[in-house]
Design a protein around this ligand. Structure first.
Ligand SMILES: *[C@@H]1O[C@H](CO)[C@@H](O)[C@H](O)[C@H]1NC(C)=O
Length: 530
Protein backbone atom coordinates (compact mmCIF):
# COMPACT_ATOMS: atom_id res chain seq x y z
CA UNK A 1 0.00 0.00 0.00
CA UNK A 2 1.47 3.38 -0.90
CA UNK A 3 1.47 6.19 1.69
CA UNK A 4 -1.55 8.31 0.53
CA UNK A 5 -3.79 5.24 0.36
CA UNK A 6 -2.58 4.29 3.77
CA UNK A 7 -3.60 7.69 5.15
CA UNK A 8 -7.07 7.33 3.63
CA UNK A 9 -7.46 3.87 5.16
CA UNK A 10 -6.42 5.23 8.57
CA UNK A 11 -8.89 8.10 8.27
CA UNK A 12 -11.70 5.74 7.27
CA UNK A 13 -10.96 3.56 10.25
CA UNK A 14 -10.77 6.54 12.59
CA UNK A 15 -14.10 7.95 11.40
CA UNK A 16 -15.68 4.54 11.93
CA UNK A 17 -14.23 4.43 15.42
CA UNK A 18 -15.68 7.86 16.09
CA UNK A 19 -19.06 6.39 15.16
CA UNK A 20 -18.46 3.56 17.61
CA UNK A 21 -17.45 0.62 15.42
CA UNK A 22 -14.25 -1.27 14.84
CA UNK A 23 -13.08 -2.12 11.36
CA UNK A 24 -14.26 -5.65 10.58
CA UNK A 25 -14.54 -5.67 6.80
CA UNK A 26 -11.73 -5.27 4.33
CA UNK A 27 -11.90 -1.83 2.62
CA UNK A 28 -12.03 -3.49 -0.76
CA UNK A 29 -14.10 -0.92 -2.72
CA UNK A 30 -12.59 2.10 -4.50
CA UNK A 31 -14.83 5.19 -5.02
CA UNK A 32 -15.60 4.16 -8.60
CA UNK A 33 -16.59 0.73 -7.37
CA UNK A 34 -18.92 2.23 -4.74
CA UNK A 35 -20.58 4.13 -7.57
CA UNK A 36 -20.62 0.85 -9.49
CA UNK A 37 -22.60 -0.84 -6.71
CA UNK A 38 -25.27 1.87 -6.71
CA UNK A 39 -25.40 2.03 -10.47
CA UNK A 40 -25.43 -1.70 -11.04
CA UNK A 41 -28.25 -2.14 -8.54
CA UNK A 42 -30.20 0.50 -10.46
CA UNK A 43 -29.33 -1.71 -13.47
CA UNK A 44 -31.02 0.70 -15.77
CA UNK A 45 -32.17 -1.11 -18.88
CA UNK A 46 -33.08 -4.45 -17.31
CA UNK A 47 -34.91 -2.61 -14.52
CA UNK A 48 -36.92 -0.55 -16.95
CA UNK A 49 -37.73 -3.83 -18.68
CA UNK A 50 -38.90 -5.34 -15.37
CA UNK A 51 -41.35 -2.56 -14.54
CA UNK A 52 -42.46 -1.49 -18.01
CA UNK A 53 -45.60 -3.52 -17.38
CA UNK A 54 -46.43 -0.91 -14.75
CA UNK A 55 -46.05 2.28 -16.79
CA UNK A 56 -47.58 0.96 -20.02
CA UNK A 57 -51.18 0.42 -18.81
CA UNK A 58 -51.09 3.52 -16.58
CA UNK A 59 -50.84 6.13 -19.30
CA UNK A 60 -48.76 4.51 -22.03
CA UNK A 61 -46.17 6.67 -23.79
CA UNK A 62 -46.91 9.90 -21.91
CA UNK A 63 -46.42 8.20 -18.57
CA UNK A 64 -43.26 6.46 -19.72
CA UNK A 65 -41.68 9.70 -20.87
CA UNK A 66 -43.07 12.39 -18.56
CA UNK A 67 -43.77 10.20 -15.55
CA UNK A 68 -40.13 9.22 -15.64
CA UNK A 69 -38.93 12.80 -15.97
CA UNK A 70 -41.03 14.10 -13.07
CA UNK A 71 -40.36 11.19 -10.75
CA UNK A 72 -36.62 11.13 -11.31
CA UNK A 73 -36.30 14.75 -10.15
CA UNK A 74 -38.10 13.82 -6.94
CA UNK A 75 -35.90 10.76 -6.55
CA UNK A 76 -32.81 12.94 -6.95
CA UNK A 77 -34.00 15.02 -3.99
CA UNK A 78 -34.29 11.84 -1.90
CA UNK A 79 -30.77 10.89 -2.92
CA UNK A 80 -29.35 14.30 -2.04
CA UNK A 81 -30.87 14.23 1.43
CA UNK A 82 -29.48 10.75 1.96
CA UNK A 83 -26.08 11.73 0.58
CA UNK A 84 -25.77 14.45 3.24
CA UNK A 85 -26.46 11.95 5.99
CA UNK A 86 -24.13 9.38 4.43
CA UNK A 87 -21.36 11.91 4.26
CA UNK A 88 -21.74 12.84 7.91
CA UNK A 89 -21.85 9.25 9.19
CA UNK A 90 -20.72 6.56 6.76
CA UNK A 91 -21.51 3.30 8.52
CA UNK A 92 -23.04 0.14 7.09
CA UNK A 93 -26.07 0.41 9.42
CA UNK A 94 -26.75 3.71 7.62
CA UNK A 95 -30.34 4.82 7.85
CA UNK A 96 -30.97 3.09 11.08
CA UNK A 97 -27.81 4.35 12.73
CA UNK A 98 -28.63 7.92 11.63
CA UNK A 99 -32.17 7.67 12.94
CA UNK A 100 -30.90 6.68 16.34
CA UNK A 101 -28.26 9.35 16.61
CA UNK A 102 -30.49 12.17 15.30
CA UNK A 103 -33.74 11.46 17.18
CA UNK A 104 -34.87 12.50 20.61
CA UNK A 105 -33.86 10.09 23.39
CA UNK A 106 -37.53 9.49 24.17
CA UNK A 107 -38.33 7.76 20.87
CA UNK A 108 -34.97 7.03 19.27
CA UNK A 109 -34.99 3.33 20.08
CA UNK A 110 -38.43 2.69 18.63
CA UNK A 111 -37.72 4.79 15.51
CA UNK A 112 -34.40 3.04 14.93
CA UNK A 113 -36.18 -0.28 15.35
CA UNK A 114 -38.82 0.63 12.73
CA UNK A 115 -36.22 1.97 10.30
CA UNK A 116 -34.03 -1.08 10.75
CA UNK A 117 -36.91 -3.41 10.02
CA UNK A 118 -38.21 -1.39 7.05
CA UNK A 119 -34.74 -1.21 5.59
CA UNK A 120 -34.15 -4.92 6.04
CA UNK A 121 -37.53 -5.86 4.51
CA UNK A 122 -37.02 -3.34 1.72
CA UNK A 123 -33.63 -4.68 0.70
CA UNK A 124 -34.84 -8.27 0.80
CA UNK A 125 -37.91 -7.31 -1.28
CA UNK A 126 -35.49 -5.68 -3.73
CA UNK A 127 -33.59 -8.94 -4.01
CA UNK A 128 -36.88 -10.77 -4.58
CA UNK A 129 -38.17 -8.33 -7.18
CA UNK A 130 -34.91 -8.12 -9.13
CA UNK A 131 -34.54 -11.88 -9.23
CA UNK A 132 -38.20 -12.27 -10.12
CA UNK A 133 -37.73 -9.80 -12.96
CA UNK A 134 -34.73 -11.88 -14.05
CA UNK A 135 -36.77 -15.09 -14.03
CA UNK A 136 -39.49 -13.45 -16.15
CA UNK A 137 -36.80 -12.28 -18.58
CA UNK A 138 -35.36 -15.78 -18.85
CA UNK A 139 -38.84 -17.10 -19.64
CA UNK A 140 -39.34 -14.34 -22.22
CA UNK A 141 -36.15 -15.50 -23.92
CA UNK A 142 -37.45 -19.08 -23.99
CA UNK A 143 -40.74 -17.86 -25.44
CA UNK A 144 -39.01 -15.85 -28.16
CA UNK A 145 -36.69 -18.78 -28.91
CA UNK A 146 -39.68 -21.07 -29.33
CA UNK A 147 -41.25 -18.70 -31.85
CA UNK A 148 -43.74 -17.47 -29.21
CA UNK A 149 -45.39 -20.87 -28.84
CA UNK A 150 -44.22 -21.21 -25.22
CA UNK A 151 -45.79 -19.27 -22.33
CA UNK A 152 -44.35 -19.84 -18.87
CA UNK A 153 -46.60 -20.94 -16.00
CA UNK A 154 -46.21 -19.45 -12.51
CA UNK A 155 -44.63 -22.67 -11.26
CA UNK A 156 -42.00 -22.68 -14.03
CA UNK A 157 -41.12 -19.03 -13.46
CA UNK A 158 -40.92 -19.68 -9.73
CA UNK A 159 -38.55 -22.62 -10.31
CA UNK A 160 -36.20 -20.45 -12.35
CA UNK A 161 -36.51 -17.74 -9.69
CA UNK A 162 -35.42 -20.10 -6.91
CA UNK A 163 -32.42 -21.24 -8.94
CA UNK A 164 -31.37 -17.61 -9.51
CA UNK A 165 -31.68 -16.68 -5.82
CA UNK A 166 -29.67 -19.72 -4.71
CA UNK A 167 -26.90 -19.04 -7.22
CA UNK A 168 -26.67 -15.44 -5.98
CA UNK A 169 -26.31 -16.64 -2.42
CA UNK A 170 -23.38 -18.81 -3.44
CA UNK A 171 -21.72 -15.94 -5.32
CA UNK A 172 -22.11 -13.55 -2.37
CA UNK A 173 -20.40 -15.97 -0.02
CA UNK A 174 -17.26 -16.05 -2.14
CA UNK A 175 -15.64 -12.84 -0.93
CA UNK A 176 -15.92 -9.10 -1.41
CA UNK A 177 -12.82 -8.53 -3.50
CA UNK A 178 -14.17 -10.58 -6.40
CA UNK A 179 -17.49 -8.77 -6.24
CA UNK A 180 -15.80 -5.39 -6.02
CA UNK A 181 -13.73 -6.07 -9.13
CA UNK A 182 -16.85 -7.16 -11.00
CA UNK A 183 -18.54 -3.78 -10.41
CA UNK A 184 -16.59 -2.12 -13.21
CA UNK A 185 -17.71 -4.80 -15.67
CA UNK A 186 -21.31 -4.23 -14.58
CA UNK A 187 -21.12 -0.49 -15.19
CA UNK A 188 -19.63 -0.87 -18.66
CA UNK A 189 -22.13 -3.53 -19.78
CA UNK A 190 -24.95 -1.50 -18.33
CA UNK A 191 -24.08 1.62 -20.27
CA UNK A 192 -23.51 -0.34 -23.52
CA UNK A 193 -26.98 -1.85 -23.22
CA UNK A 194 -28.53 1.57 -22.70
CA UNK A 195 -26.95 2.89 -25.87
CA UNK A 196 -27.97 -0.21 -27.80
CA UNK A 197 -31.57 0.73 -27.06
CA UNK A 198 -31.25 4.51 -27.36
CA UNK A 199 -29.45 4.33 -30.72
CA UNK A 200 -30.00 0.81 -32.06
CA UNK A 201 -33.72 0.44 -31.47
CA UNK A 202 -34.86 3.48 -33.52
CA UNK A 203 -32.48 2.40 -36.30
CA UNK A 204 -33.92 -1.12 -36.42
CA UNK A 205 -37.61 -0.36 -36.04
CA UNK A 206 -39.61 -0.75 -39.27
CA UNK A 207 -41.24 2.48 -40.50
CA UNK A 208 -44.73 1.05 -39.87
CA UNK A 209 -43.99 0.64 -36.17
CA UNK A 210 -42.44 4.07 -35.64
CA UNK A 211 -44.68 6.47 -33.76
CA UNK A 212 -45.19 10.14 -34.44
CA UNK A 213 -43.80 12.62 -31.94
CA UNK A 214 -47.29 13.62 -30.92
CA UNK A 215 -48.09 10.00 -30.05
CA UNK A 216 -44.77 9.17 -28.37
CA UNK A 217 -44.68 12.34 -26.28
CA UNK A 218 -48.37 13.14 -25.90
CA UNK A 219 -50.63 10.08 -26.05
CA UNK A 220 -52.11 9.09 -22.72
CA UNK A 221 -53.63 5.60 -22.81
CA UNK A 222 -55.17 4.60 -19.50
CA UNK A 223 -56.18 0.93 -19.37
CA UNK A 224 -56.51 0.01 -15.68
CA UNK A 225 -59.50 2.23 -14.94
CA UNK A 226 -58.20 4.70 -12.37
CA UNK A 227 -58.72 8.44 -13.07
CA UNK A 228 -56.00 9.81 -15.39
CA UNK A 229 -54.12 11.89 -12.83
CA UNK A 230 -53.98 9.01 -10.41
CA UNK A 231 -52.86 6.62 -13.16
CA UNK A 232 -50.04 9.04 -13.98
CA UNK A 233 -48.86 8.93 -10.36
CA UNK A 234 -49.13 5.12 -10.38
CA UNK A 235 -46.71 5.07 -13.29
CA UNK A 236 -44.12 6.60 -10.92
CA UNK A 237 -43.60 3.11 -9.55
CA UNK A 238 -41.51 2.36 -12.63
CA UNK A 239 -38.86 5.06 -12.04
CA UNK A 240 -39.14 4.75 -8.25
CA UNK A 241 -38.40 1.04 -8.42
CA UNK A 242 -35.72 1.40 -11.08
CA UNK A 243 -33.84 4.25 -9.42
CA UNK A 244 -34.03 2.71 -5.99
CA UNK A 245 -32.02 0.92 -3.37
CA UNK A 246 -29.32 3.57 -3.66
CA UNK A 247 -28.77 3.16 0.07
CA UNK A 248 -26.76 0.13 -1.07
CA UNK A 249 -23.72 2.40 -1.29
CA UNK A 250 -24.24 3.33 2.34
CA UNK A 251 -24.33 -0.29 3.39
CA UNK A 252 -20.87 -0.89 2.02
CA UNK A 253 -19.47 2.27 3.67
CA UNK A 254 -17.31 0.15 5.93
CA UNK A 255 -15.85 -1.62 2.93
CA UNK A 256 -15.10 1.48 0.87
CA UNK A 257 -12.09 3.74 0.95
CA UNK A 258 -12.60 7.47 1.59
CA UNK A 259 -16.20 6.70 2.50
CA UNK A 260 -17.33 10.19 3.66
CA UNK A 261 -16.87 11.54 0.14
CA UNK A 262 -17.15 8.45 -2.03
CA UNK A 263 -20.51 7.30 -0.67
CA UNK A 264 -22.51 10.55 -1.14
CA UNK A 265 -21.13 11.17 -4.60
CA UNK A 266 -21.85 7.59 -5.59
CA UNK A 267 -25.49 8.08 -4.60
CA UNK A 268 -26.02 11.42 -6.32
CA UNK A 269 -24.19 10.58 -9.52
CA UNK A 270 -25.81 7.17 -9.85
CA UNK A 271 -29.28 8.79 -9.59
CA UNK A 272 -28.39 11.64 -11.94
CA UNK A 273 -26.95 9.42 -14.65
CA UNK A 274 -29.75 6.87 -14.28
CA UNK A 275 -32.37 9.62 -14.52
CA UNK A 276 -31.00 11.00 -17.78
CA UNK A 277 -30.16 7.70 -19.49
CA UNK A 278 -33.42 6.16 -18.32
CA UNK A 279 -35.39 9.04 -19.76
CA UNK A 280 -33.65 8.59 -23.10
CA UNK A 281 -34.48 4.87 -23.05
CA UNK A 282 -38.13 5.61 -22.35
CA UNK A 283 -38.26 8.14 -25.17
CA UNK A 284 -36.72 5.62 -27.52
CA UNK A 285 -39.23 2.95 -26.46
CA UNK A 286 -42.16 5.36 -26.81
CA UNK A 287 -41.15 6.11 -30.40
CA UNK A 288 -40.58 2.47 -31.34
CA UNK A 289 -43.33 0.55 -29.57
CA UNK A 290 -46.14 0.98 -32.10
CA UNK A 291 -49.62 2.00 -31.00
CA UNK A 292 -51.14 -1.36 -30.08
CA UNK A 293 -50.53 -1.24 -26.34
CA UNK A 294 -52.86 -4.13 -25.54
CA UNK A 295 -50.89 -6.52 -27.69
CA UNK A 296 -47.67 -5.56 -25.87
CA UNK A 297 -49.26 -6.31 -22.51
CA UNK A 298 -50.94 -9.54 -23.52
CA UNK A 299 -48.23 -11.04 -25.72
CA UNK A 300 -47.26 -14.70 -25.17
CA UNK A 301 -43.71 -13.49 -24.42
CA UNK A 302 -45.03 -12.09 -21.11
CA UNK A 303 -42.64 -9.13 -21.16
CA UNK A 304 -43.57 -5.87 -22.93
CA UNK A 305 -39.99 -4.78 -23.61
CA UNK A 306 -39.04 -8.15 -25.06
CA UNK A 307 -42.08 -7.86 -27.34
CA UNK A 308 -41.01 -4.36 -28.48
CA UNK A 309 -37.52 -5.71 -29.25
CA UNK A 310 -39.04 -8.65 -31.09
CA UNK A 311 -41.14 -6.35 -33.30
CA UNK A 312 -38.06 -4.27 -34.16
CA UNK A 313 -35.05 -6.60 -34.14
CA UNK A 314 -36.70 -9.89 -35.12
CA UNK A 315 -36.09 -13.19 -33.38
CA UNK A 316 -32.29 -13.53 -33.57
CA UNK A 317 -31.48 -9.90 -32.91
CA UNK A 318 -33.76 -9.89 -29.89
CA UNK A 319 -32.27 -13.09 -28.48
CA UNK A 320 -28.75 -11.66 -28.79
CA UNK A 321 -29.63 -8.36 -27.12
CA UNK A 322 -31.93 -9.97 -24.60
CA UNK A 323 -29.22 -12.30 -23.34
CA UNK A 324 -27.29 -9.21 -22.24
CA UNK A 325 -30.38 -7.82 -20.57
CA UNK A 326 -30.71 -11.05 -18.59
CA UNK A 327 -27.00 -11.04 -17.74
CA UNK A 328 -27.05 -7.47 -16.41
CA UNK A 329 -30.24 -8.15 -14.46
CA UNK A 330 -28.55 -11.22 -13.00
CA UNK A 331 -25.51 -9.17 -11.96
CA UNK A 332 -27.82 -6.61 -10.42
CA UNK A 333 -29.35 -9.35 -8.31
CA UNK A 334 -25.97 -10.41 -7.00
CA UNK A 335 -25.12 -6.83 -6.00
CA UNK A 336 -28.46 -6.57 -4.25
CA UNK A 337 -27.95 -9.78 -2.29
CA UNK A 338 -24.59 -8.37 -1.25
CA UNK A 339 -26.09 -5.08 -0.05
CA UNK A 340 -29.03 -6.76 1.62
CA UNK A 341 -26.84 -9.20 3.52
CA UNK A 342 -24.74 -6.29 4.79
CA UNK A 343 -27.81 -4.42 6.01
CA UNK A 344 -29.03 -7.56 7.76
CA UNK A 345 -25.58 -8.09 9.23
CA UNK A 346 -25.47 -4.55 10.63
CA UNK A 347 -28.94 -4.87 12.12
CA UNK A 348 -28.10 -8.26 13.65
CA UNK A 349 -24.90 -6.76 15.04
CA UNK A 350 -27.14 -4.59 17.19
CA UNK A 351 -29.18 -7.58 18.25
CA UNK A 352 -32.52 -6.47 16.76
CA UNK A 353 -33.37 -9.39 14.48
CA UNK A 354 -34.62 -12.77 15.64
CA UNK A 355 -31.60 -15.13 15.89
CA UNK A 356 -29.25 -12.14 15.82
CA UNK A 357 -26.40 -13.92 17.54
CA UNK A 358 -26.53 -16.58 14.84
CA UNK A 359 -26.82 -14.05 12.00
CA UNK A 360 -24.06 -11.75 13.26
CA UNK A 361 -21.24 -14.06 12.37
CA UNK A 362 -18.38 -13.46 10.02
CA UNK A 363 -17.19 -16.56 8.20
CA UNK A 364 -13.49 -16.73 8.98
CA UNK A 365 -12.59 -18.37 5.68
CA UNK A 366 -14.41 -16.14 3.20
CA UNK A 367 -14.49 -13.03 5.45
CA UNK A 368 -18.14 -12.51 4.48
CA UNK A 369 -21.31 -12.80 6.60
CA UNK A 370 -22.38 -16.14 5.14
CA UNK A 371 -25.31 -16.64 7.52
CA UNK A 372 -27.02 -13.37 6.61
CA UNK A 373 -26.55 -14.13 2.92
CA UNK A 374 -28.56 -17.34 3.32
CA UNK A 375 -31.11 -15.59 5.53
CA UNK A 376 -31.73 -13.07 2.73
CA UNK A 377 -31.99 -15.86 0.15
CA UNK A 378 -34.55 -17.85 2.14
CA UNK A 379 -36.81 -14.85 2.87
CA UNK A 380 -36.63 -13.83 -0.80
CA UNK A 381 -37.82 -17.26 -1.86
CA UNK A 382 -40.72 -17.02 0.58
CA UNK A 383 -41.68 -13.60 -0.86
CA UNK A 384 -41.51 -15.06 -4.38
CA UNK A 385 -44.24 -17.52 -3.41
CA UNK A 386 -46.66 -14.58 -3.65
CA UNK A 387 -46.57 -15.22 -7.40
CA UNK A 388 -48.93 -18.15 -6.77
CA UNK A 389 -51.58 -15.82 -5.30
CA UNK A 390 -52.41 -14.42 -8.75
CA UNK A 391 -50.88 -12.47 -11.61
CA UNK A 392 -51.05 -9.13 -9.78
CA UNK A 393 -49.79 -10.40 -6.43
CA UNK A 394 -46.14 -10.31 -7.46
CA UNK A 395 -46.57 -6.54 -7.98
CA UNK A 396 -46.64 -6.37 -4.20
CA UNK A 397 -43.01 -7.50 -4.07
CA UNK A 398 -42.06 -4.67 -6.42
CA UNK A 399 -43.99 -2.02 -4.53
CA UNK A 400 -42.88 -3.50 -1.21
CA UNK A 401 -39.27 -2.75 -2.04
CA UNK A 402 -40.18 0.87 -2.80
CA UNK A 403 -42.57 1.52 0.11
CA UNK A 404 -40.50 -0.20 2.79
CA UNK A 405 -37.34 1.59 1.68
CA UNK A 406 -39.15 4.94 1.57
CA UNK A 407 -40.20 4.51 5.20
CA UNK A 408 -36.58 3.81 6.07
CA UNK A 409 -35.33 6.77 3.99
CA UNK A 410 -37.90 9.25 5.25
CA UNK A 411 -37.52 8.77 9.01
CA UNK A 412 -33.84 9.80 9.36
CA UNK A 413 -34.36 12.66 6.89
CA UNK A 414 -37.20 13.96 9.07
CA UNK A 415 -35.37 13.23 12.34
CA UNK A 416 -32.47 15.40 11.31
CA UNK A 417 -34.69 18.48 11.24
CA UNK A 418 -37.44 17.91 13.82
CA UNK A 419 -35.34 16.76 16.76
CA UNK A 420 -32.66 18.69 18.58
CA UNK A 421 -29.38 17.05 17.67
CA UNK A 422 -25.82 18.02 16.93
CA UNK A 423 -25.80 17.08 13.25
CA UNK A 424 -22.39 17.92 11.81
CA UNK A 425 -22.39 17.96 7.99
CA UNK A 426 -19.71 15.90 6.26
CA UNK A 427 -17.77 16.91 3.14
CA UNK A 428 -20.97 16.59 1.06
CA UNK A 429 -23.47 19.24 2.17
CA UNK A 430 -26.28 21.21 0.48
CA UNK A 431 -25.98 24.14 2.88
CA UNK A 432 -29.13 26.29 2.97
CA UNK A 433 -30.83 23.97 0.48
CA UNK A 434 -30.79 21.05 2.90
CA UNK A 435 -34.19 21.78 4.40
CA UNK A 436 -36.12 22.57 1.16
CA UNK A 437 -34.68 19.46 -0.52
CA UNK A 438 -35.60 17.35 2.49
CA UNK A 439 -39.18 18.68 2.46
CA UNK A 440 -39.58 17.84 -1.23
CA UNK A 441 -38.12 14.37 -0.79
CA UNK A 442 -40.20 13.47 2.25
CA UNK A 443 -43.42 14.74 0.62
CA UNK A 444 -42.75 12.63 -2.45
CA UNK A 445 -42.09 9.50 -0.38
CA UNK A 446 -45.25 10.12 1.65
CA UNK A 447 -47.45 10.41 -1.45
CA UNK A 448 -45.89 7.37 -3.13
CA UNK A 449 -46.40 5.24 -0.04
CA UNK A 450 -50.07 6.18 0.19
CA UNK A 451 -50.55 5.43 -3.51
CA UNK A 452 -48.92 2.01 -3.35
CA UNK A 453 -51.11 0.84 -0.55
CA UNK A 454 -54.04 0.95 -2.98
CA UNK A 455 -54.78 -1.82 -5.49
CA UNK A 456 -53.48 -1.57 -9.07
CA UNK A 457 -57.00 -1.51 -10.52
CA UNK A 458 -60.24 -0.18 -9.02
CA UNK A 459 -61.84 -3.65 -9.30
CA UNK A 460 -60.42 -5.29 -6.19
CA UNK A 461 -60.71 -9.03 -5.72
CA UNK A 462 -58.40 -11.65 -4.27
CA UNK A 463 -56.23 -11.78 -7.40
CA UNK A 464 -56.01 -8.00 -7.79
CA UNK A 465 -55.73 -6.94 -4.20
CA UNK A 466 -52.61 -5.16 -3.11
CA UNK A 467 -50.51 -7.44 -0.97
CA UNK A 468 -48.03 -4.65 -0.22
CA UNK A 469 -50.11 -3.39 2.65
CA UNK A 470 -50.60 -6.96 3.95
CA UNK A 471 -46.93 -7.93 3.85
CA UNK A 472 -45.40 -4.62 4.94
CA UNK A 473 -48.13 -3.86 7.46
CA UNK A 474 -47.90 -7.39 8.80
CA UNK A 475 -44.15 -7.39 9.25
CA UNK A 476 -44.09 -3.90 10.79
CA UNK A 477 -46.97 -4.82 13.09
CA UNK A 478 -45.17 -7.97 14.26
CA UNK A 479 -41.90 -6.12 14.72
CA UNK A 480 -43.59 -3.47 16.88
CA UNK A 481 -45.43 -6.18 18.78
CA UNK A 482 -42.09 -7.83 19.45
CA UNK A 483 -40.62 -4.50 20.48
CA UNK A 484 -43.28 -4.08 23.17
CA UNK A 485 -43.39 -7.77 24.13
CA UNK A 486 -43.24 -8.15 27.93
CA UNK A 487 -39.82 -9.22 29.28
CA UNK A 488 -38.29 -10.29 25.92
CA UNK A 489 -39.29 -7.29 23.80
CA UNK A 490 -36.82 -4.77 22.41
CA UNK A 491 -38.21 -2.04 24.68
CA UNK A 492 -36.43 -3.75 27.58
CA UNK A 493 -33.00 -4.09 26.04
CA UNK A 494 -32.75 -2.50 22.58
CA UNK A 495 -30.56 0.59 22.73
CA UNK A 496 -29.99 1.21 19.03
CA UNK A 497 -26.62 0.78 17.39
CA UNK A 498 -24.24 -0.95 19.80
CA UNK A 499 -20.63 0.09 19.70
CA UNK A 500 -18.52 -3.01 19.20
CA UNK A 501 -15.38 -1.15 20.25
CA UNK A 502 -16.25 -1.56 23.92
CA UNK A 503 -16.48 -5.29 23.39
CA UNK A 504 -12.85 -5.28 22.36
CA UNK A 505 -11.51 -3.29 25.24
CA UNK A 506 -13.19 -3.31 28.64
CA UNK A 507 -11.42 -0.19 29.85
CA UNK A 508 -12.19 1.72 26.68
CA UNK A 509 -8.59 2.40 25.76
CA UNK A 510 -9.03 1.60 22.09
CA UNK A 511 -12.07 3.85 21.92
CA UNK A 512 -10.14 6.71 23.47
CA UNK A 513 -7.09 6.48 21.32
CA UNK A 514 -9.23 6.10 18.21
CA UNK A 515 -11.14 9.22 19.17
CA UNK A 516 -7.99 11.22 19.71
CA UNK A 517 -6.78 10.24 16.27
CA UNK A 518 -10.16 10.97 14.76
CA UNK A 519 -10.45 14.49 16.08
CA UNK A 520 -7.14 15.45 14.59
CA UNK A 521 -7.66 15.85 10.90
CA UNK A 522 -10.18 13.36 9.63
CA UNK A 523 -12.25 15.78 7.54
CA UNK A 524 -9.20 17.34 5.92
CA UNK A 525 -7.77 13.96 4.99
CA UNK A 526 -11.08 12.89 3.48
CA UNK A 527 -11.49 16.04 1.39
CA UNK A 528 -7.87 16.17 0.31
CA UNK A 529 -7.88 12.59 -0.92
CA UNK A 530 -10.83 13.20 -3.25
C1 LIG B 1 -53.82 7.41 -28.07
O1 LIG B 1 -53.62 6.48 -29.09
C2 LIG B 1 -54.67 5.53 -29.26
C3 LIG B 1 -54.25 4.54 -30.31
O2 LIG B 1 -53.78 5.16 -31.47
C4 LIG B 1 -55.97 6.28 -29.62
O3 LIG B 1 -57.03 5.33 -29.75
C5 LIG B 1 -56.28 7.28 -28.52
O4 LIG B 1 -57.43 8.04 -28.89
C6 LIG B 1 -55.09 8.20 -28.29
N1 LIG B 1 -55.36 9.03 -27.13
C7 LIG B 1 -55.07 10.32 -27.06
C8 LIG B 1 -55.39 11.02 -25.78
O5 LIG B 1 -54.54 10.93 -27.98
Amino acid sequence: MDPPQHAVAKADEALLAELGYKQEFKRAFTPLEVFGIAFSIIGLLPSIASVLFYAVPNGGPASMVWGWAVASLFILSIGMSMAELGSAAPTSGGLYFWTHSLSSPRCRNLLAWIVGYSNTIGTIASVASIDWGCAVQVMAAVSIGSGQTFTATSAQTFGVYVAIVLSHAVICCLGTAVLARLQTVYVVLNVCLCFAVIVGLPAATPKANMNTASYALGNFTNLNGWPDGYAFILSFLAPSWTIGSFDSSVHISEESSNAATAVPWAIVSAIGIAGILGWAINVSLAFCMGTDINSLLNSPVGQPMAQIFFNSFGQNGTLALWSFVVLVQYMMGSSMVLASSRQTFAFARDGALPFSSYLYRMNSFTKTPVNTVWFVAVISIVLGMLSFAGPQAINAVFSLSVTALYIAYAIPTIARFVFTNNFKPGPFSLGIFSLPVAIISVSYMFIINIVFFFPTTPQTDVANMNYTVVVLGGILFLSILWYYCPVYGGVHWFTGPVSNLEKVSENGSIQESAEKKAHGSIREVAVGAW
